[in-house]
Design a protein around this ligand. Structure first.
Ligand code: ZN
Length: 272
């Protein structure tokens, strides 16, 4: 089901960790961002679009993680854009003859059979440093940064004042840092600063997973994510409802413990 969240902007939620797909109405068709997880999600969304008379004229992947680079033939053959780093990460993966079994192993077992991999990761990289999405519709600004994953980018749909945050600013998931990066906490805080700098231009924030945040939620979510990352960086106790005793996802506190341990190990290894 498509839910309108602003002028020309709609969201479709998938069951798997409340994944959000975003549809932006343009002049000749729609832009589809992070289009869903299972075959059923995507055919449902494609049906909604067809009934509303919309064709997909452009896709966008916020970052090169499996749950953001899927596609279904029912969406057609529009280019699926991403940052140049996103596309490069996918190209590197797809040139490995074993990629499909590698990806399949990482899928959540309860959904694995329902996730189509035939059009996986076919991302068209935008020129390095692109700041605007090339399409015939409302202006969409690209905010690239290094938090969470290489090639991660948020989108600001300017007129509608919607921030598509990718895997950040979630009310159900704590920040997942890119622990392979040289400075995971610094990268994450820099990305939050970037969001802070445009917060006055945003009324609605759509996380990759979780609830759409309305006015006021943007700054509150930036503050919550910042507090988490700073506590991780400083090695102090984390007071965060997403990983506390009443965490909305009961498995998440364990993942948080794992992340905190790995972060501390990496920091210790980097100390001179
Ligand atoms: Zn995700």
């Amino acid at each position: 089901m498509l839910t309108q969240i602003a002028e020309d902007v709609f969201v479709h939620e998938s069951e798997f960790i409340k994944s959000n797909s975003i549809v932006v109405r343009g002049r000749e068709g729609v832009l589809l961002v992070d289009p869903g997880i299972t075959r059923a999600d995507m055919t449902d969304l494609a049906g909604d679009l067809r009934r509303a008379g919309h064709t997909v004229v452009a896709g966008y992947s916020t970052h090169p993680d499996w749950d953001h680079v899927l596609w279904h033939e029912a969406f057609g053959t529009a280019p699926r854009y991403g940052t140049s780093d996103n596309a490069a990460a996918m190209r590197e993966l797809l040139t490995d003859g074993e990629w499909m079994s590698q990806v399949a192993e990482a899928l959540p077992p309860e959904y694995a059979d329902e996730i189509p991999l035939d059009l996986f990761g076919l991302i068209t990289g935008l020129p390095y440093g692109s700041t605007e999405l090339p399409w015939d519709g409302p202006r969409v600004r690209i905010l690239e940064h290094r938090a969470h994953a290489r090639g991660h980018a948020a989108l600001l749909i300017e007129q509608a004042r919607v921030l598509v945050a990718g895997d950040m600013l979630s009310d159900i998931l704590m920040p997942f840092l890119d622990l392979e990066a040289a400075d995971p906490a610094g990268d994450y805080l820099a990305a939050l600063d970037l969001f802070d700098g445009i917060a006055d231009d945003v009324d609605v924030a759509v996380p990759g997973h979780g609830t759409v945040g309305g006015a006021g939620a943007v700054r509150a979510r930036i503050a919550l994510d910042r507090a988490y990352v700073e506590a991780l960086r400083d090695g102090v106790a984390i007071d965060d409802p997403r990983v506390g005793p009443s965490a909305p996802l009961e498995w998440l506190p364990d993942v948080h413990d794992w992340q905190a341990r790995r972060f501390a190990e990496k920091a210790a290894a980097q100390r001179p």
